[in-house]
Design a protein around this ligand. Structure first.
Ligand SMILES: Nc1ncnc2c1ncn2[C@@H]1O[C@H](COP(=O)(O)OP(=O)(O)OP(=O)(O)O)[C@@H](O)[C@H]1O
Length: 301
């Protein structure tokens, strides 16, 4: 398709989205604040009528000096059937299940038609953790956050994860881009790949590790040390010398990671080593992470 025709189509789609949002009581702005594989996230303003009629929305906006929300628009035309039938409903029910937790963005409501799904979310204004780390690294002329700040954020992340697990939800796509910061610098955990496992308190089944096809390799987090090795045994990759899938290779990556963090304290290195254990029984679980000695100063705050 020619560039000008595509542009016209995009414009028409955007106008439709504006109309559909307005009908629901939201004024969609042109400002796009993020995007995913099948989605775009825009700033929007909730109308007074909508706020009055939606209790969740009015409580989310209480105490804030604005009525701005983030609207995530998922294109049904772009998403495969499996995504819209299975993974999107899971994402929505997981967002609803984590609604009450301070460290998860609140979902005021969702609505859909044949073309699109709309998720009206609490605005988490300061962008994602990756952007923050890059900005801070530039300012400090040194890679990474100060250890104190890393500890503070990591503690909040652990608290969010404990909440997800107690609600029977396993995240499956933990990465800096899914960790957002609000205007007070507090962390909110987002990410569409939440999946419920049947009974809260049960261990996640192997199925819980299976990502939807679009995410079988999250672009910057390919199978390797940044995700648990269990899924690798479910999706054996064809052998190749550069493959990250063998345990010796994982060990190498692990050593490389620990070396990368040599500037941090011994306690921090010990925690990272515990998190990167390829064998699930040797790996620290959430309770052990929360009780790790590196975390202690954060628990007193
Ligand atoms: N509540 C929010 N407030 C502010 N920005 C947000 C919010 N939700 C999402 N974003 C922004 O939009 C981006 C994409 O959102 P999200 O990760 O939910 O989309 P996705 O479709 O799951 O992405 P992918 O397909 O890449 O996994 C996020 O990285 C973030 O920058």
């Amino acid at each position: 398709m020619k560039g000008s025709s595509r542009h016209r189509l995009d414009q028409r789609a955007f106008m439709e989205q504006m109309r559909e949002c307005r009908d629901k009581g939201y004024l969609l702005s042109l400002k796009q604040i993020g995007s995913g594989t099948f989605s775009k996230v825009y700033l929007a303003c909730a109308t007074h009528e909508r706020i009055q009629h939606n209790l969740k929305l009015s409580s989310d906006l209480q105490g804030k000096r604005h009525t701005i929300v983030a609207i995530k628009i998922v294109s049904m035309a772009k998403a495969p059937m499996e995504f819209s039938r299975k993974f999107l409903p899971r994402e929505i029910s997981s967002l609803n299940a984590t609604y009450k937790h301070l460290r998860c963005p609140k979902t005021a409501e969702t609505y859909q038609n044949n073309q699109r799904s709309y998720l009206v979310l609490e605005l988490v204004a300061r962008g994602d953790l990756l952007e923050h780390i890059n900005t801070v690294s530039d300012l400090r002329c040194c890679l990474g956050l100060e250890e104190e700040e890393a500890r503070r954020l990591f503690w909040q992340l652990v608290s969010a994860m404990v909440h997800c697990h107690s609600a029977g939800i396993v995240h499956r796509d933990l990465k800096c881009e899914n960790i957002l910061l609000d205007d007070r610098g507090l962390l909110k955990l987002t990410g569409p790949h939440f999946c419920s496992w049947p009974d809260p308190g049960h261990q996640p089944s192997q199925e819980a590790y299976l990502l939807p096809p679009k995410h079988s390799t999250s672009p910057h987090y390919p199978s390797g040390p940044k995700q648990p090795p269990e899924p690798l045994s479910l999706h054996p990759a064809p052998p190749s010398p550069s493959s990250c899938t063998s345990l010796p290779r994982l060990r190498l990556c692990q050593l490389y990671w620990i070396e990368e963090t040599l500037l941090s304290t011994l306690e921090c290195q010990d925690l990272i080593r515990g998190l990167l254990q390829p064998h699930p029984h040797a790996r620290l679980d959430l309770q052990q992470v929360a009780a790790h000695r590196w975390m202690l100063p954060a628990t007193h705050v």
